[in-house]
Ligand binder design. Structure first.
Ligand SMILES: Nc1ncnc2c1ncn2[C@@H]1O[C@H](COP(=O)(O)OP(=O)(O)OP(=O)(O)O)[C@@H](O)[C@H]1O
Ligand SMILES: Nc1nc2c(ncn2[C@@H]2O[C@H](COP(=O)(O)O)[C@@H](O)[C@H]2O)c(=O)[nH]1
Length: 206
């Protein structure tokens, strides 16, 4: 019997490209996706809430989670830990629901090793100048952190080929529509595979 697990979608890309913005706009439309809230040691920004934007933890707590295998993937990114709680993802997929991760590139590549059947989407900026403008204009990072995030961005963009899809985030609405099309098409693909599998089983029995 083919399993009815949910699909794991992973949205990734350089800092400031608009992952959070696009994900929030997508979730206003796609109510069937389940967002996996990450853990981080970064301090909350103004307006961020524990359990909504992130689970905010101390460094030793996260190191304990890593040691006990509680994270599906984790990365040290520009001085802080970020990670995906394993149990939530595995349980939700097993219930047949789709899970959506919004994570940086090192983490996405770790997920790809463990879940090669996942769908990996790279969000791409219209240009590097625009990427810099977005990080700077967001106003959440010091000058040093902006520089570090841009340095990381250049390395991250080189990993783009490892992804299944590249979506340009020029206009938020357009980027959301492109991701919705990917979600739909992946569902159709899996339904077709399940159908072919069923037919193959039936012809085997006859
Ligand atoms: N298509 C877009 N056009 C113009 N501005 C955008 C667009 N998408 C996002 N932005 C703006 O760019 C800034 C960065 O967006 P956002 O915080 O969503 O990026 P991110 O990729 O999640 O960043 P990080 O990885 O650092 O968390 C925000 O100020 C956001 O409003
Ligand atoms: N590897 C992981 N990366 C994550 C996770 N959650 C968020 N992120 C990414 O970290 C950077 C920085 O985020 P910020 O909120 O400090 O701007 C960004 O690229 C996020 O997408 C995670 O669980 N694992």
């Amino acid at each position: 019997m083919i399993d009815k697990k949910g699909i794991l979608f992973v949205l990734s890309g350089p800092s400031g490209v608009g992952k959070g913005t696009v994900r929030k706009a997508l979730f206003e439309k796609e109510t069937d996706l389940q967002y996996s809230i990450s853990i981080t040691t970064r301090k909350p920004r103004n307006g961020e809430t524990h359990g909504v934007d992130y689970f905010f933890h101390e460094k030793d707590e996260v190191e304990n989670m890593i040691e006990h295998g509680e994270l599906l993937e984790w990365a040290e990114y520009v001085g802080n830990y970020y990670g995906t709680p394993r149990r939530y993802v595995e349980q939700t997929l097993a219930e047949g629901k789709d899970v959506f991760l919004e994570i940086e590139v090192q983490g996405a590549l770790q997920v790809k090793e463990n879940f090669p059947e996942g769908v990996f989407i790279f969000l791409f900026p219209p240009s590097l100048d625009e990427l810099k403008n977005r990080i700077v204009n967001r106003g959440t990072e010091t000058e040093d952190l902006v520089r570090n995030r841009l340095l990381a961005a250049k390395e991250e963009i080189e990993m783009m080929e490892a992804y299944d899809y590249v979506v340009v985030n020029d206009e938020i609405d357009q980027a959301v529509k492109r991701i919705q099309a990917i979600v739909q098409s992946e569902h159709c693909k899996r339904e077709r595979i399940a159908e072919e599998y069923k037919k193959a089983l039936e012809s085997d029995e006859s």
